[in-house]
Design a protein around this ligand. Structure first.
Ligand SMILES: [Zn+2]
Length: 405
C-alpha cells in the first residue's frame, strides 16, 4: 500500500555494500547528443583542448558530461561512441576513485574542519562521491550545500584549494593517459588565487585536462574565460526529458509530461515535481479514507488504518497533516466562495464538492486547530498511534457538527 512513496529507479544495481553504482557513460546522459558527438570527436581527432569551460543551466547535465568525457578519454577499450564501462579505468571512474581524477568544489568551515585548518575539497570527498553516485552526477548547488551543511554565501574554492589544484599537475599521471581536474562551480574560485591557476592553464603539462563547470558565466573572471574553450551546454528539450524519465521510472505518462512541462529542461526538477505530485495524491487518498472511517466511527477499521499510516516516517506524517490543513482551508473557501476559484486537482474538487459541507463555519477552526496540534506534536516526537487515535475520535465528533446546530 505504501509502495507509492517508495518508487525506485528501474534497473538500479547495488554493489556488495549496497551503495548505488553508476557508470557515467555518455549513454547514461539525458539528451545532449550534439555535445556528446562533439566531445567524442575531440578525442578521435586527438584535439582535446586542455582547458575547457562547460557552461549551461542547472539540470542540463554539465557535471555528468564532464565525468563521462573524462571517463571516455581514459577508457582503455573505448568504442566509437562510448567508454566500455569494464576496463580498470572505467571501474575506478564508476566509484569516482581514479587516482588521476580530481574534483574541486566550493566548501566552507564545518564541524569536521578543525579550528586551525583551512577547509579543502579533499576533506569533503566522501560526501561529494556519495552525492554524485546517488544522483548520477545531476546535482544542484543547493543539494551540495545541504549535503555538507553550509550556507551558500560562505562557500568558496579558497586559496589553499587553488594551491592543491596546481599540485595535482606537478606529477605525471599514475595510471591514466590524462590527469583530469574538474572544478565545479568555477565562479566560486577565490579571485585573488586565480592567477596561480591561470599560469597552469596557460602552460599546461602534457596530457592534462582542466574542466571548469559553471552556470554563471558573468561571475567567472574574464582572464579565466579568455583562456578556456567554451563548451555551451543547452537545456534538454522536453521531448528528450520525457522519453528518458519514461524509460527509467515507473510513473504514468501524464505525471511525467506535466512535471517536465513545469521543469524547464531541468532533469532533477522534473523528477522532484513528479515525486511531489505522487505524494500529494497519496495523502489525498489517505485523507479521504480517514474522513470516511471517522464518519462511520468503525473503531476496528480505524485501528487498522492507524497501524498502516503510522508506518510512514515523521517527515511524511508531517506532510500528511500539512495536506489535511490545506484541504481544511479549501473546504472553508468553497463554503464561502464556491468551488470555481480554488486551486485543486480534478479529483480533489470531485471529492470536496461532497465533502466540503462537513468542514464548515461551525467547526472549521476546530478542524484546523486539531491538524495543527497533530503537526506540532509529531514534530516533537509524539507517539504516532496514540496521536492518531485521539485525532480520529475528535474528528468523529467534529464531523457531526453542522452550521445550523
Ligand atoms: Zn573502459
Amino acid at each position: 500500500m505504501f509502495s507509492k512513496l517508495q518508487k525506485y529507479k528501474k534497473n538500479l544495481t547495488f554493489d556488495s555494500h549496497s551503495n548505488p553504482r553508476f557508470f557515467m557513460k555518455f549513454s547514461e546522459i539525458i539528451g545532449q547528443e550534439k555535445i556528446k558527438k562533439q566531445l567524442i570527436q575531440t578525442v578521435k581527432n586527438n584535439r582535446v583542448s586542455h582547458a575547457q569551460l562547460f557552461f549551461g543551466p542547472e539540470g542540463a547535465g554539465k557535471l555528468a558530461l564532464a565525468v563521462a568525457y573524462a571517463q571516455y578519454i581514459n577508457c582503455e577499450n573505448k568504442t566509437e561512441s562510448d567508454s566500455c564501462g569494464q576496463c580498470s579505468s572505467c571501474l575506478k571512474y564508476e566509484k569516482l576513485i581514479h587516482p588521476d581524477l580530481h574534483f574541486f568544489f566550493p566548501v566552507s568551515k564545518t564541524k569536521k574542519v578543525k579550528e586551525s585548518e583551512k577547509p579543502l575539497s579533499d576533506m569533503f570527498m566522501g560526501e561529494w562521491r556519495e552525492l554524485l553516485t546517488e544522483n548520477d552526477c545531476y546535482i544542484s548547488s543547493a543539494e551540495w550545500y545541504q549535503k555538507i551543511d553550509i550556507e551558500k554565501k560562505q562557500s568558496i574554492i579558497n586559496a589553499a584549494d587553488c594551491a592543491k589544484i596546481i599540485e595535482k599537475f606537478k606529477y605525471k599521471a599514475f595510471e591514466a593517459e590524462y590527469i583530469v581536474v574538474i572544478i565545479w562551480m568555477a565562479e566560486k574560485i577565490f579571485h585573488a588565487a586565480a592567477p596561480k591557476i591561470l599560469k597552469i592553464i596557460e602552460e599546461p603539462p602534457e596530457k592534462t585536462l582542466f574542466i571548469l563547470i559553471s552556470g554563471d558565466q558573468d561571475k567567472i573572471l574574464p582572464t579565466i574565460l579568455s583562456r578556456t574553450q567554451l563548451v555551451k551546454i543547452p537545456k534538454v528539450p522536453d521531448e528528450e526529458l520525457i522519453n528518458s524519465i519514461k524509460s527509467s521510472y515507473n510513473y504514468t505518462d501524464e505525471e511525467i509530461e506535466n512535471a517536465v512541462f513545469l521543469a524547464e529542461g531541468n532533469y532533477k526538477t522534473a523528477l522532484k515535481l513528479i515525486e511531489e505530485s505522487e505524494n500529494e495524491n497519496f495523502y489525498f487518498v489517505k485523507f479521504q479514507e480517514l474522513m470516511r472511517l471517522c464518519f462511520t466511527r468503525d473503531l476496528i477499521k480505524i485501528n487498522a488504518y492507524i497501524s498502516e499510516i503510522t508506518k510512514l516516517n515523521r517527515e511524511q506524517l508531517k506532510s500528511f497533516f500539512q495536506y489535511a490543513l490545506h484541504i481544511t482551508r479549501n473546504c472553508l473557501l468553497i463554503n464561502y466562495n464556491g468551488i470555481e476559484n480554488v486551486k485543486l486537482s480534478k479529483e480533489e474538487k470531485n471529492f470536496l464538492v461532497k465533502f466540503s459541507p462537513f468542514i464548515n463555519s461551525a467547526n472549521g477552526i476546530q478542524f484546523a486547530e486539531e491538524f495543527e496540534k497533530a503537526l506540532f506534536h509529531i514534530e516533537r516526537n509524539a507517539y504516532a498511534p496514540l496521536l492518531f487515535m485521539d485525532l480520529s475520535l475528535t474528528i468523529s465528533k467534529l464531523l457531526k457538527i453542522s452550521p445550523s446546530a
